[in-house]
Design a protein around this ligand. Sequence first.
Ligand SMILES: Nc1ncnc2c1ncn2[C@@H]1O[C@H](COP(=O)(O)OP(=O)(O)OP(=O)(O)O)[C@@H](O)[C@H]1O
Ligand SMILES: [Mg+2]
Length: 354
Amino acid sequence: MGIGKPFARKEKPVLALDIGSNTVKVMRLQDRSGSLVLKAVGLKELPPEAIIAREIQDRETVIFAIQGLVEESDPKAREVAISVSGSSVITDELVMDRKSGPEAEQAILFEAEQRSPFDVEDVTLDYHIINVDQETEKMQVLLVAVRNQFLQSQLDVVSDAGLEPVLVDADSLAILNCYELNYEIDPTKVIALVNLGFDITNVTFIKDGLYHSTRDLVGGARSIYEALRGDFQLSSEKALEVLRGGVEGNLEPDTYKATLGGAAEEICKNLDMALFYFKNSTKLEDIDQIMLSGGGALIQFLPELLQTKLSVPIETMNPLRNIECDRALFPDLDLEKIAPALALVVGLASRRIK
Ligand SMILES: Nc1ncnc2c1ncn2[C@@H]1O[C@H](COP(=O)(O)OP(=O)(O)OP(=O)(O)O)[C@@H](O)[C@H]1O
Ligand SMILES: [Mg+2]
């Protein structure tokens, strides 16, 4: 798998495919004299049982959704980039003596084998050199270990949908790429990128203008979906509709807020803990900002709730900020509105294959 090859020109575009637990997303970007242009985009919601925490439960449904989406959005696409996270994916950061070429690879993989909590036989390992400190001659490396069985099941659905997987990324790196593509990183600010999905919340910390570390939390909008069903006896379709479209015409705002508060407690607690560990390990007092993305950023009253509970200023990320979009080409999508849900697929789509 190839991780961390940042956007470079003159390489072949691929279709980015984000197989989320709730919504499958596709996107293709084109480089037009240095600026990125949106060529294809599409989203398709899955039934909530088809994928649970990124583990595919109902292969047929997922394959069908991918095929339908590609057919509607970019029918000629064949090569795709996918991204992985969840409990079968472990990331770890390490600092080691600077090396280059095959020597670096050997040393990194040796180190990885000592650290991976999985059995090396069971995982595919990859790495990304994040930063090289010229003064200390040390390099910071991000390791990614993916359980083979999980990786294979992701690759298989892609192949069975008639596509060819050519790149596998880690969610947190795709989110980081998306942020770097759209925002100027302020080296004086400590930022947490929080991608709040249906089952997984990716948290990536940026410090001194650089990637610092990442953590995938289990939990997301599914708990709100379940609470809506339980508290208001809503059907699955209706609960998903409220999550997507808000309470208007469906529920009384205050009772919805009460349910939301209870349902989001676990995710708030986990996020708070992730921020706490980060602050503890870096001896920092504060995190300047949370950049929120993922479909969770679109759920009514949720960003405000997170801001209050976590006491960190929250801004909703706009993953299309630096991307040229001809809205007339995508009349069925309200791109402005759904943009935050596209963070991961934008990050993936900004890669190029050699
Ligand atoms: N306009 C919208 N379009 C799509 N999803 C939306 C919209 N508004 C809110 N959402 C909510 O976003 C949530 C899905 O978020 P997201 O697409 O980031 O999850 P996912 O990528 O499918 O899941 P995960 O990454 O956890 O596997 C759902 O609860 C969905 O209802
Ligand atoms: Mg997602």
